[in-house]
Design a protein around this ligand. Structure first.
Ligand code: COA
Length: 259
């Protein structure tokens, strides 16, 4: 598929998605949201794609937030529609059955941090800066930031960041558990590719079930433990479970087929 605001490349079953508005520090406008919505469909529907990386173009920013110029004249209804659409697309990323990882290669501010937090996990380069600066604009985050930040780093740290608009650096983000790994800018993509190559060698249906069940912790309509029991049982109906167990017992490498 082709996109107006994203560059994509597929190598070794990993789709690398580059948000490509470097002159606006990759700010999220309507076109980026449309493209992100469509690229998640592509990830879900393509048998060739096993996992994906989201990164920002250039060396300065992952994403510096929602496009401030675009929403500056919105009224309440338009603002609510904007937030709802952003939330829906970020839920779609969070609930994608294939791993999507954020490579934060610079500023991850506002909607940029919200996008990163909707991904399954995050890596950062050592120049990355993180923040929810919306209160500087008389705003609050609208794409799930108030919720996911508290989920990921705890309520006290989240509220401090939300109401101070302070930025934190990559080392602090690592110590907060906001990112899993910090590398140099040069090593960021190869580190993510290494991790996803390992994940891509595992049973895909089991990987999808891990994501689904871990997400259930934060879904009030679900009991995560019940979801785990169901997903555990469902794995026993897959060929990949039989293959994985047989391969272990036969002391050979498993050959998973996503069935
Ligand atoms: N929306 C729209 N445009 C943005 C943007 C955003 N969120 N963030 C950056 N840009 C644009 C700037 O307007 C500028 O465009 P211009 O060259 O046409 O004037 C360009 O990107 C470069 O940004 P600039 O501010 O000149 O870079 P800087 O290095 O001086 O500062 C930041 C970098 C990230 C600190 C600064 O751009 C910033 O504070 N951005 C807004 C962050 C924010 O509030 N995000 C939450 C939005 S809800």
């Amino acid at each position: 598929m082709s996109y107006t605001t994203l560059l994509t490349s597929l190598e070794n079953n990993i789709l690398t998605i580059t948000i490509n508005r470097p002159d606006k520090l990759n700010a999220l406008n309507k076109d980026v949201f449309t493209d992100l919505n469509n690229v998640v469909d592509e990830i879900e529907n393509s048998a060739e794609i096993r996992s994906a990386i989201i990164i920002g173009s250039g060396s300065k920013a992952f994403v510096a937030g929602a496009d401030i110029a675009e929403f500056s004249s919105y009224n309440k209804e338009q603002a609510m529609a904007l937030a709802k659409r952003g939330q829906d697309i970020f839920f779609k990323i969070e609930n994608c059955s294939k791993p999507i990882v954020a490579c934060i290669n610079g500023f991850a501010l506002g909607g940029g941090l919200e996008l990163a937090m909707s991904c399954h996990f995050r890596l950062a380069s050592d120049n990355a800066k993180f923040g929810q600066p919306e209160v500087n604009l008389g705003l609050i985050p609208g794409y799930g930031g108030t919720q996911r930040l508290a989920q990921l780093i705890g309520k006290g740290r989240a509220i401090e960041l939300l109401i101070s608009a302070n930025m934190i650096d990559a080392a602090t983000a690592l110590s907060y558990g906001l990112v899993n790994h910090v590398t140099t800018q040069e090593e960021l993509l190869s580190k993510a590719i290494g991790i996803l190559t390992t994940i891509n060698s595992k049973a895909p249906i089991a990987v999808a079930n891990c994501i689904k069940t871990a997400n259930a912790i934060f879904d009030e309509t679900k009991n995560g433990f019940d979801e785990e029991v169901k997903a555990f049982g469902n794995c026993f109906e897959t060929q990949d479970m039989k293959e994985g167990v047989s391969a272990f017992l036969e002391k050979r490498k498993a050959n998973f087929t996503c069935k």
